[in-house]
Design a protein around this ligand. Structure first.
Ligand code: ADP
Ligand code: MG
Length: 256
């Protein structure tokens, strides 16, 4: 059994009186494609935000790659190799697909004032490297045909692939995907699933929030079920699908 890459322990996140995350604990094993499911409002996206450092937990612990990160900033966590996509894709609509992907590169020398003045050669070299990497990542995500298009003008499914491309620029260890299948047509969905599997084979670990049960059941193992901010079940797909509490809290609603 591989050591957990991510461990969330007793996570609580309150908004005023409301406990959006209410004592959730779970692990993501290195090398896994772990699913996170549950009814709308269960606290899934809130957990993602807290794990990625966009918000701070009210209480609880988060360990990533052996280090406590609950108090770390989003930038620090991203630099350590944890990257997320958003439920609603957030590209810069008036920039091209290529520019959007290039912008996601970490450690851009050109942004550092001193380098621009004293090391223009290094900056140009770095920019070329980022451009080459962006082209690779765009090709991997089947976006080459639209790389000169404005990001605001591509299809919903292509925006999801663009989100994945941006995430891949930082070569993260752990990728959090928030509802990658939502609004994606079946052909692009197959592409997306294929890419996730291929990346996983190459060593990337995934934590995926998704409502598409066919996709979750075939792609994810284990699956964690969140309801009202608490983990009510975690296990292999068949265990989760047969669990009474899960059916009552969630699957009943999806199937009905
Ligand atoms: N910034 C916020 N301020 C207040 N309430 C929030 C905020 N973000 C989420 N919530 C509430 O927290 C609960 C969990 O939301 P969310 O994490 O988006 O659920 P899920 O992703 O599982 O559908 C919901 O009731 C939602 O309205
Ligand atoms: Mg959500």
């Amino acid at each position: 059994m591989a050591a957990p890459l991510l461990t969330v322990t007793d996570a609580v996140k309150t908004f005023g009186q409301m406990r959006a995350v209410d004592g959730a604990s779970f692990e993501v094993a290195e090398g896994s494609i772990t699913g996170l499911i549950g009814p709308n409002g269960a606290g899934k996206s809130t957990l993602f935000g807290a794990v990625a450092g966009e918000t701070t937990l009210t209480s609880g612990r988060v360990t990533f790659a052996g280090e406590e990160i609950a108090e770390r900033s989003a930038t620090e966590i991203y630099a350590r190799g944890l990257s997320r996509t958003f439920q609603i894709p957030r590209p810069f609509p008036k920039m091209t697909v290529l520019e959007n992907v290039m912008l996601a590169a970490t450690d851009q020398l050109g942004e550092r004032f001193w380098n621009t003045w004293f090391r223009p050669g290094a900056v140009a070299r770095q920019e070329r490297e980022i451009r080459d990497r962006a082209h690779e990542v765009i090709a991997f995500c089947n976006l080459t045909a639209v790389e000169r298009n404005l990001a605001g003008a591509i299809s919903g499914g292509q925006k999801k692939l663009l989100e994945l491309a941006r995430v891949l620029m930082s070569d993260p260890k752990l990728i959090l995907l928030d509802e990658p299948a939502a609004g994606v047509n079946p052909a692009l969905l197959d592409t997306l699933v294929e890419k996730i599997v291929e990346l996983n084979t190459r060593g990337k670990t995934f934590l995926i929030i998704e409502h598409n049960m066919d996709m979750v059941m075939s792609l994810c193992d284990p699956i964690i079920v969140l309801a009202q901010g608490k983990v009510i079940c975690a296990g292999a797909p068949e265990e989760v699908a047969g669990n009474r509490a899960v059916i009552d809290a969630y699957l009943g609603e999806v199937v009905a």
